[in-house]
Design a protein around this ligand. Structure first.
Ligand code: BTN
Length: 307
């Protein structure tokens, strides 16, 4: 596994240019042999590194790594709504943020991580990610309402993410009820929302988001469903800091609107994004039964409407 030194070395090499071992050591304030171990660990983690005598090391492909300062700059005036923490590695940003929420962390706290060792998906599944290829973060948002009044929140979050993904090059982004974010039938992003608080309010939502930014063989090998990725869709390298800033800005707008007016004002946009709108579907129910019908969109509380 990548330790702190390996992450620091990876950050030093992320631009894809050559860096000598000596320059990296000087930059990080460590010995040349520490850098050598860092390089070894990065290579073991699956990154391709070229070594050229007289020039040093370089990554065969540049990486966009997270930088809290840049995310703040990109958020501009909106950055005041958030407290940003970028971590190298964590078990799960959702797990961590649920604990922080219980300790009284402020609304707007964002935990973003380069690597998750126990990323969680919906329905008890694991969420697979790879360093630099996936964007994984969780946002804490506090509401005066109780959890029951927040039905539809996960659909509202889907709308915010779809807006940000479209602006980042995924023109055909679509939503599958309740909140899978898809592109050309593959999974582009997933949302895991966990609630905390009293039924009558106030309550807190931990909104976890995982985005497939770059196709990665390590992720594809571990997942048994079709995947989509943002870079293939946009045909260009994606700046993960900019993507995160866009997602946070859209989330803040949608969450503020949701807190005041619920899901209703977002319903038409959700239905426009709905993969199966007015199409025949078969609904697989939790008890193993299924129902065939025409998907007619969603109600104001976020329930799926099947005709
Ligand atoms: C799903 O589609 O099943 C939801 C996937 C959610 C993954 C994200 S990654 C950041 C946050 N931390 C987690 O452990 N899960 C969510």
């Amino acid at each position: 596994p990548m330790n702190t030194m390996a992450f620091q070395t990876l950050r030093a090499l992320a631009d894809g240019a050559f860096h000598s071992g000596e320059a990296i050591a000087g930059m990080l304030g460590v010995t040349r042999s520490a850098v050598w171990y860092g390089i070894r660990d990065i290579a073991a983690a699956g990154f391709e590194i070229e070594k050229v005598r007289g020039r040093g090391y370089r990554l065969s492909r540049a990486l966009s790594l997270l930088d809290a300062g840049r995310i703040r700059d990109l958020l501009g005036a909106g950055s005041g709504k958030f407290v940003l923490e970028v971590l190298d590695r964590v078990d799960s940003t959702n797990t961590r943020l649920m604990l922080r929420a219980a300790e009284g962390a402020p609304s707007g706290l964002v935990l973003a991580a380069e690597a998750q060792t126990a990323g969680r998906g919906r329905r008890g599944r694991a969420w697979q990610s790879a360093i630099g290829s996936t964007l994984t973060f969780s946002l804490l948002w506090r509401f005066a309402q109780g959890a029951r009044e927040l039905a539809g929140l996960s659909l509202a979050v889907g709308v915010a993410l779809a807006r940000a993904l479209r602006a980042s090059g995924a023109a055909g982004v679509a939503l599958k009820w309740p909140n899978d974010v898809q592109l050309a039938g593959g999974k582009l992003a997933g949302i895991l929302i966990e609630m905390q608080g009293d039924v009558l309010g106030p309550s807190a939502a931990v909104i976890g988001v995982g985005v497939n930014v770059r196709a990665d063989p390590r992720v594809a090998a571990a997942v048994d469903q079709p995947l989509a990725d943002l870079e293939s869709a946009s045909g260009a390298a994606v700046d993960r800091n900019q993507l995160l800033a866009r997602m946070l800005a859209e989330l803040a707008g949608v969450l503020e609107q949701f807190a005041g007016s619920g899901f209703a004002p977002l319903r038409a946009e959700w239905q426009q994004l709905h993969t199966f709108q007015d199409r025949p579907v078969e609904l697989l129910l939790p008890d193993g039964e299924s129902r065939a019908g025409i998907a007619r969109g969603v109600a104001e509380d976020g329930a799926l409407l099947l005709e």
